[in-house]
Design a protein. Structure first.
Length: 120
């Protein structure tokens, strides 16, 4: 039962942080197509790792993480207002390259598809 609750909290935090990112005015955050990939909250709910990815690549994601760290207080306050948690976890932002990886996979698949169409 506790695992289900943690999964639900992870999803709720991810959904709310995604919505809050639209209101952050830091140019490092708004520069690229930014996405929250995954959130992992510790069992005692004191920390939450937020994995952030950018379509432009890992360097853009790292710059966005710098902006998110500077806006951490604002994000945490808005998160507390939205979720009504007794204790809002401290946010740790981590740059992730999963979106760039998936874009590269999609490009390779489309190249393979075009290549197979020529042989038929």
């Amino acid at each position: 039962m506790a695992g289900y609750r943690m999964d639900r909290i992870n999803e709720d935090i991810m959904r709310e942080i995604t919505a809050i990112l639209r209101t952050v005015k830091d140019p490092r955050v708004t520069a690229g197509m930014l996405s929250v990939v995954r959130v992992e909250v510790t069992n005692d709910m004191s920390y939450a790792k937020v994995y952030v990815s950018a379509m432009e690549g890992i360097e853009t994601a790292k710059k966005a993480v710098e902006g998110l760290v500077s806006a951490q207080g604002y994000i945490r306050r808005e998160l507390g207002r939205a979720l009504h948690l007794r204790h809002v976890p401290e946010l740790r932002f981590v740059a992730d390259d999963s979106m760039e990886y998936s874009v590269n996979i999609a490009k390779k698949l489309s190249e393979i598809e075009r290549g197979e169409g020529k042989h038929e």
